[in-house]
Design a protein around this ligand. Sequence first.
Ligand code: FES
Length: 165
Amino acid sequence: MTTQPKTIEQVKRSRLDPEPIPRRDFLGLAALWSAASTLLFATVGMLRLPKAAVLPSPSKKFRVVLPESLALHQPFIPPGRSVGLFKAETGVYAVSIVCTHLGCIVKSSASGFDCPCHGSRFSQDGSVLRGPAPKALPRLAVNRMCDHEFIVDEGEIIEASEAMA
Ligand code: FES
Protein backbone atom coordinates (compact mmCIF):
# COMPACT_ATOMS: atom_id res chain seq x y z
CA MET A 1 0.00 0.00 0.00
CA THR A 2 1.42 3.28 -1.02
CA THR A 3 0.63 6.59 0.54
CA GLN A 4 -0.33 9.30 -1.75
CA PRO A 5 1.58 12.53 -1.46
CA LYS A 6 -0.37 15.28 0.22
CA THR A 7 -1.40 18.19 -1.80
CA ILE A 8 -0.28 21.68 -0.84
CA GLU A 9 -3.82 22.41 0.22
CA GLN A 10 -3.86 19.42 2.55
CA VAL A 11 -0.50 20.41 4.13
CA LYS A 12 -1.68 24.00 4.73
CA ARG A 13 -4.89 22.75 6.25
CA SER A 14 -3.13 20.31 8.60
CA ARG A 15 -0.94 23.12 9.96
CA LEU A 16 -3.92 25.36 10.65
CA ASP A 17 -6.13 22.65 12.04
CA PRO A 18 -3.90 20.01 13.68
CA GLU A 19 -5.32 16.62 14.42
CA PRO A 20 -6.87 16.42 17.85
CA ILE A 21 -4.92 14.57 20.57
CA PRO A 22 -6.45 11.17 21.20
CA ARG A 23 -8.42 10.99 24.43
CA ARG A 24 -6.13 8.35 25.97
CA ASP A 25 -3.02 10.48 25.37
CA PHE A 26 -4.76 13.56 26.75
CA LEU A 27 -5.72 11.76 29.97
CA GLY A 28 -2.20 10.38 30.32
CA LEU A 29 -0.70 13.85 29.97
CA ALA A 30 -3.22 15.28 32.44
CA ALA A 31 -2.33 12.61 34.99
CA LEU A 32 1.38 13.27 34.49
CA TRP A 33 0.92 17.04 34.97
CA SER A 34 -1.23 16.45 37.99
CA ALA A 35 1.37 14.19 39.61
CA ALA A 36 4.21 16.59 38.76
CA SER A 37 2.36 19.62 40.18
CA THR A 38 1.41 17.69 43.33
CA LEU A 39 5.04 16.75 43.86
CA LEU A 40 6.14 20.34 43.27
CA PHE A 41 3.61 21.77 45.75
CA ALA A 42 4.48 19.13 48.35
CA THR A 43 8.19 19.91 48.00
CA VAL A 44 7.62 23.66 48.30
CA GLY A 45 5.34 23.07 51.30
CA MET A 46 7.94 20.91 53.04
CA LEU A 47 10.66 23.49 52.44
CA ARG A 48 8.47 26.15 54.06
CA LEU A 49 7.80 24.09 57.20
CA PRO A 50 9.45 25.49 60.31
CA LYS A 51 12.57 23.68 61.40
CA ALA A 52 12.23 21.58 64.52
CA ALA A 53 13.45 23.48 67.56
CA VAL A 54 15.26 20.76 69.41
CA LEU A 55 16.75 22.05 72.58
CA PRO A 56 19.63 20.28 74.17
CA SER A 57 18.46 18.39 77.20
CA PRO A 58 19.87 19.76 80.42
CA SER A 59 22.60 17.75 82.02
CA LYS A 60 21.46 15.18 84.54
CA LYS A 61 24.38 16.15 86.76
CA PHE A 62 24.04 19.42 88.58
CA ARG A 63 25.56 21.34 91.44
CA VAL A 64 23.47 22.31 94.42
CA VAL A 65 24.19 24.32 97.53
CA LEU A 66 22.08 23.31 100.51
CA PRO A 67 20.90 26.12 102.77
CA GLU A 68 22.68 26.08 106.10
CA SER A 69 19.33 26.40 107.83
CA LEU A 70 18.00 23.16 106.30
CA ALA A 71 16.74 20.98 109.13
CA LEU A 72 17.35 17.26 109.41
CA HIS A 73 14.95 15.22 107.24
CA GLN A 74 13.46 18.33 105.70
CA PRO A 75 13.44 18.12 101.89
CA PHE A 76 15.24 20.61 99.72
CA ILE A 77 14.07 20.52 96.11
CA PRO A 78 16.36 22.49 93.78
CA PRO A 79 14.35 24.62 91.33
CA GLY A 80 13.72 22.92 88.00
CA ARG A 81 14.90 19.52 89.20
CA SER A 82 13.07 16.34 90.17
CA VAL A 83 15.20 15.60 93.18
CA GLY A 84 14.70 15.99 96.90
CA LEU A 85 17.83 16.34 99.03
CA PHE A 86 17.83 15.54 102.73
CA LYS A 87 20.26 16.10 105.55
CA ALA A 88 20.49 13.10 107.82
CA GLU A 89 22.63 12.35 110.87
CA THR A 90 25.23 10.58 108.74
CA GLY A 91 25.25 12.84 105.67
CA VAL A 92 23.14 13.98 102.76
CA TYR A 93 21.09 11.81 100.41
CA ALA A 94 19.03 12.47 97.29
CA VAL A 95 15.72 10.94 96.31
CA SER A 96 13.99 11.15 92.95
CA ILE A 97 10.61 12.85 93.31
CA VAL A 98 9.17 11.20 90.21
CA CYS A 99 6.38 8.89 91.31
CA THR A 100 7.07 5.25 90.53
CA HIS A 101 3.44 4.69 89.58
CA LEU A 102 2.94 6.78 86.45
CA GLY A 103 5.61 9.44 86.74
CA CYS A 104 3.91 12.43 88.37
CA ILE A 105 6.08 14.74 90.45
CA VAL A 106 5.36 14.10 94.12
CA LYS A 107 4.86 16.96 96.56
CA SER A 108 6.58 17.37 99.88
CA SER A 109 4.32 16.63 102.86
CA ALA A 110 4.61 16.21 106.61
CA SER A 111 5.23 12.47 106.30
CA GLY A 112 7.49 12.68 103.24
CA PHE A 113 5.91 12.94 99.81
CA ASP A 114 2.37 12.71 98.46
CA CYS A 115 1.58 12.08 94.83
CA PRO A 116 -1.14 14.42 93.55
CA CYS A 117 -2.15 12.07 90.74
CA HIS A 118 -3.41 8.85 92.34
CA GLY A 119 -2.69 9.34 96.01
CA SER A 120 0.51 7.37 96.60
CA ARG A 121 2.40 8.37 99.72
CA PHE A 122 6.10 8.01 100.38
CA SER A 123 8.23 8.45 103.48
CA GLN A 124 11.19 10.84 103.53
CA ASP A 125 13.56 8.06 102.52
CA GLY A 126 11.34 7.23 99.54
CA SER A 127 9.68 4.07 100.90
CA VAL A 128 6.09 3.48 99.84
CA LEU A 129 3.61 4.22 102.63
CA ARG A 130 0.52 3.84 100.45
CA GLY A 131 0.00 2.66 96.86
CA PRO A 132 -0.69 2.40 94.03
CA ALA A 133 3.03 3.16 93.58
CA PRO A 134 4.67 -0.24 93.14
CA LYS A 135 8.09 0.64 94.52
CA ALA A 136 10.05 3.20 96.50
CA LEU A 137 11.35 6.46 95.11
CA PRO A 138 14.87 5.72 93.90
CA ARG A 139 17.95 7.08 95.61
CA LEU A 140 20.20 9.14 93.38
CA ALA A 141 23.96 9.54 93.36
CA VAL A 142 25.18 12.55 95.33
CA ASN A 143 28.77 13.61 95.98
CA ARG A 144 29.93 16.21 98.47
CA MET A 145 32.15 18.95 97.02
CA CYS A 146 32.55 20.97 100.19
CA ASP A 147 30.51 21.74 103.33
CA HIS A 148 27.16 22.63 101.75
CA GLU A 149 27.90 22.05 98.07
CA PHE A 150 26.96 18.79 96.35
CA ILE A 151 26.91 17.28 92.89
CA VAL A 152 23.75 15.30 92.19
CA ASP A 153 23.33 12.95 89.24
CA GLU A 154 19.65 12.50 88.40
CA GLY A 155 20.59 9.81 85.90
CA GLU A 156 22.36 7.51 88.35
CA ILE A 157 20.20 5.40 90.65
CA ILE A 158 22.08 3.81 93.51
CA GLU A 159 21.39 1.47 96.40
CA ALA A 160 20.10 3.13 99.57
CA SER A 161 23.05 1.71 101.54
CA GLU A 162 25.58 3.71 99.52
CA ALA A 163 23.49 6.84 99.15
CA MET A 164 25.08 9.16 101.73
CA ALA A 165 27.48 11.91 100.83
S1 FES B 1 1.47 8.74 89.42
FE1 FES B 1 1.75 8.82 91.52
S2 FES B 1 0.20 7.61 92.31
FE2 FES B 1 -0.07 7.51 90.20
